[in-house]
Design a protein around this ligand. Structure first.
Ligand SMILES: C[S@@+](CC[C@H](N)C(=O)[O-])C[C@H]1O[C@@H](n2cnc3c(N)ncnc32)[C@H](O)[C@@H]1O
Length: 336
């Protein structure tokens, strides 16, 4: 039986197949245009986009001499979008956080390397304090976004019972998808830490976090959070990848100084934690003293300390709820 002849394209000539091209030259050209567009790490971004197009890890790129013309065209298209400062992770659809790969994209905050330090501190503390064979530690990630911190806790603290709280419906979609893909036991709660202050999208969770987590009040071992915290003064300096692509309610902390959301998160943490429970909350590098003051000025916290990220910048505040904390739960609820 003879094979059917492919239909000739208009004009009667066979469809042109773009010839294979050298990968090294493509990467050099991509790096140059990315640098000209002001992208911070042009070579890394060129490599990661090429690896994405070719479906290989970045480490395998040096083994590849030529790429199909069609792949080169897709790479050039992605590089052009990156030059328009679309975040790299929106183009690849994934972000790396500690030992996990998370699905991300438009509508959810892209997890940052500095937050890995925050999660890592909590993981180390919890692992050091856990009693082998004892009951699983209860952990809560407030403002969970794609689930980066919650999934790291569930992954790296053996036996932990982890709960992730998020209010934005788009972020909740990514959070549920990442939890399902990881196959880890993380409870997902659509709830609001702040009480709906500021402009929020349709579908924003209306239930308060202390109502959603009523069964956990006073019995949580660790609350870890990367809340929105940027001050309004950063609006003019923030990079286009951030200001134009991360959801605004993931960035701006409110109150002018950016600390309205962190203040609410600290109040919720004080209500959820058991006496002796741990709290870790990320903040901007210029907010160390102010973040400490949030806790020192509030009854019930001890061991309040500022911790640094790998670049040596003040990055998160940690504290322990006093063992003797005499907490008026109703008053704490009232701060939400
Ligand atoms: C800076 S992002 C951090 C996301 C994630 N923890 C991470 O590190 O990648 C802050 C997150 O808080 C969520 N958020 C903002 N206000 C909130 C509120 N009032 N209640 C619950 N979540 C809130 C945003 O939707 C966003 O996903």
């Amino acid at each position: 039986m003879s094979r059917p002849t492919p239909a000739a394209p208009p004009g009667g000539h066979p469809a042109a197949v773009a010839p294979a091209v050298g990968l090294a030259a493509q990467l050099t050209a991509a790096t140059r245009v990315l640098a000209e567009a002001g992208v911070e790490s042009p070579r890394a971004d060129a490599d990661l986009l090429a690896a994405h197009v070719l479906g290989v890890s970045r480490g395998r790129l040096p083994l590849i001499r030529e790429i199909p013309g069609e792949a080169a065209e897709r790479l050039r298209a992605l590089v052009a979008r990156r030059c328009r400062r679309v975040p790299l992770q929106h183009l690849t659809g994934e972000a790396y956080f500690r030992h996990r790969t998370l699905a991300v994209g438009p509508g959810v905050f892209v997890p940052r390397p500095e937050t890995e330090t925050v999660a890592g501190w909590a993981i180390d503390e919890l692992r050091a304090g856990a009693r082998p064979g004892g009951p699983g530690l209860v952990c809560v990630d407030l403002c969970a976004g794609s689930g980066a911190i919650a999934l790291a806790l569930a992954d790296e603290v053996p036996g932990a019972e982890v709960h992730a709280v998020e209010a934005d419906p788009a972020a909740l979609g990514y959070l549920r998808r990442n939890v399902a893909a990881a196959g880890l036991a993380v409870g997902v709660h659509a709830a609001d830490v702040l009480g709906g202050a500021g402009p929020v999208p349709d579908g924003w969770a209306e239930v308060s976090v202390l109502d959603a987590l009523a069964g956990l009040v006073g019995r949580v071992d660790a609350v870890v959070s990367n809340p929105p915290y940027l001050p309004d003064s950063d609006r003019v300096t923030v990079a286009p990848e951030v200001g134009d692509h991360d959801p605004p309610w993931a960035l701006w902390g409110g109150g002018g100084d950016g600390l309205a959301a962190p203040r609410a998160v600290a109040a919720v943490a004080a209500a959820l934690l058991r006496p002796g429970g741990l709290f870790a909350m990320e903040h901007a590098d210029g907010q160390g003293p102010a973040a400490r003051a949030l806790l020192v000025g509030t009854r019930g916290w001890s061991e309040v300390a500022t911790r640094r990220d790998l670049a040596g910048r003040d990055r998160f505040v940690t504290a322990r709820l006093e063992v003797s904390a005499d907490r008026a739960e109703g008053a704490i609820r009232g701060k939400q």
